[in-house]
Ligand binder design. Sequence first.
Ligand code: SAM
Length: 283
Amino acid sequence: MTETPSKAPSSVPVGVDTTNASIARVYDAALNGKDNFEVDREVLRQVGQVAPEVNDLAWSNRKFLQRACNFLADQAGIQQFLDCGSGLPTAENTHQIVQRMNTEARVVYVDNDPVVIAHGQALLEENGLTNFATADIFDPEQVLSNETVTSQLDFSEPVALLHVGTLHHYLAEDGPEMMRAYIDALAPGSFVAIAHFFDPETPEHSELARKMEDLFLHSPMGSGRFRTRAEIEALLPGLELMPAGPGAAPGLELCDHWWPTGPKLRPLNQAEHCIAALVGRKP
Ligand code: SAM
């Protein structure tokens, strides 16, 4: 008689629903990670029917996160980071980048996905200055009162709040108010960095944005709103928006065009036009 396994296989943390896609696992699949299931990869295949370069959109988001962390730790001199929606650990996570610039930088990651929690605690809490908290990132009060967050970060000093690749999964209309609750808690000199699915409102790219949105919303992942420039900029109320490059006007810019590290040797593809980034400073 075959024995019924009493535990889930070790690669599937307990409590993980492998029949429904999760945001963290779909993103992991797009970045060629290994912590995803068929149901997650299927979401990308469906979106890939209209946007074959959908994985590039995820990479544009991730590379923006990395350049923004560099900027915040180096140019802006920020020493405390609250990374909302950490995602699964991958190469070049926030703490690795900012602690390379400043060995004293503190990082608190926040996520609520069971796979991220399982791997995050093991792999992201690499040292005493890096911690992981479980909370709903769309409930600022819950995050800001979380014991790990309050014990690790000093909100009377500047903090960089990262909401990268997260807010398009917040489907309610009160995003600006939700973000204001975070911003109100930050000291002057703090920064907020976001990257967001983008509807560029151009004849070439808006249709693609609408199609991807429709597929994400109706997929087993269930979220992914492509907002316009005005809608995304409204998510950082009261902040001074940073320019996205030398001589650029302050405000939203495509992730790939946000202070790139070198010249782009090929034109952006369609999907790369549908992810944009914004960094603001609290005066
Ligand atoms: N910030 C990382 C990056 O840009 O590379 C990861 C982005 S990933 C697309 C979004 C992350 O947000 C996922 O890990 C997901 O689990 C997390 N997330 C989504 N909704 C959440 C919620 N309500 N509370 C906590 N985490 C959430």
